[in-house]
Design a protein around this ligand. Structure first.
Ligand code: NAD
Length: 285
């Protein structure tokens, strides 16, 4: 069964970006958000991003109109009933994700539909167990910004069917043009298991006064060839997401290199979430 209708739960940074990638690839896509204000915010973000793509000559104006015509929004999860693939992209909270999957299991009618999560670090097997069809639940981990970053990690649980994995991977590569890698269902998968200890160590360096935030970032850009420094990256990912990922990694591996630095905790408690809140390690206002 080919994937023609996609549903995205959560139209924030990731869900909005994934939806944009889908509609640009000609896929009918619905985003479900919590309320009308969040729908409006998600819609405005995607329209702005598509407008920027037109201004930069990466998309023609007709293609933008076609993309927008394929995108709808809803505050009602029931609108996802006819979808072939759902990608859940709500905040990194395991209990909430379980609630969503329990509900999707009830709502989505096709037994062939794939229920995917974009979680950064929560074991997909546990999310799958919230449904009566764990063989249809896959991890599809896109990267931020989803419109630019080519990678999608496909996460295989111990109970998923080969068919679900193969169809999710083929959709990401053949339809969306992404680069697919496969990983087992271990917290953090490939990228975040490697990336997070590095970001946490940079926060500890900053916290200890080892170097300024600018110098830590400049060092890794100019000395290691990274496109942005680790503190800028943490602000881009979202410091709240980084903290949630640290908690998942710690509970899985019980290794202090995955522990959240106290400064990260204090910043999240103070609402310094990074770019999305206007302030994090840097000020974006
Ligand atoms: N930020 C990153 O760099 C990144 C990268 C890869 C994966 N992820 C993962 O993607 C997911 C989303 O992260 P994000 O950065 O987009 O977060 P975000 O805070 O930007 O967006 C989350 C969105 O989910 C919505 N939401 C929350 N509960 C909902 C519900 N019950 N129904 C519908 N919508 C709901 C919120 O309103 C918000 O718009 C997380 O699991 C995160 O770990 C994040």
């Amino acid at each position: 069964m080919s994937i023609e209708r996609v549903g995205i739960v959560g139209g924030g940074q990731m869900g909005g970006g994934i939806a944009e990638v889908c509609v640009k690839a000609g896929v009918d896509t619905i985003i479900v958000e919590i309320n009308d204000d969040l729908v409006a915010r998600s819609k405005a973000g995607i329209e702005k991003s598509l407008g920027r793509a037109v201004d930069r000559g990466k998309l023609d104006a007709d293609a933008r109109e076609v993309a927008l015509s394929l995108l709808t929004f809803s505050t009602d999860r029931e609108s996802l009933a006819d979808r072939d693939l759902i990608i859940e992209a709500i905040i990194e909270n395991e209990d909430l994700k379980h609630d969503i999957f329990r509900d999707l299991d009830r709502i989505v009618t096709s037994p062939d539909a794939i229920l995917a999560t974009n979680t950064s670090s929560i074991p997909v097997t546990r999310i799958a167990q919230a449904t009566s069809r764990p063989e249809s639940v896959v991890g599809m981990h896109f990267f931020n910004p989803a419109t630019i970053m080519p990678l999608v990690e496909i996460i295989r649980t111990v109970v998923v069917s080969d068919d679900s994995v193969d169809r999710a991977a083929a959709f990401a590569s053949d339809r969306l043009g992404k680069t697919v890698v496969h990983a087992k269902d271990r917290a953090g998968f490939i990228v975040n298991k490697l990336l997070c200890p590095y970001i946490f160590e940079s926060i500890r360096m900053y916290e200890e006064g080892f170097a300024t935030r600018e110098d830590i970032d400049a060092a890794m850009v100019n000395g290691a060839g990274y496109p942005m420094g680790p503190l800028t990256l943490s602000d881009l990912i979202g410091n709240d997401t980084m903290l949630a990922v640290a908690e998942s990694l710690m509970s899985e591996y019980e290794n202090p290199r995955f522990a959240a630095p106290p400064l990260l905790k204090r910043m999240v408690e103070a609402g310094l979430l990074g770019r999305k809140s206007g302030r994090g390690f840097y000020d974006y206002t």
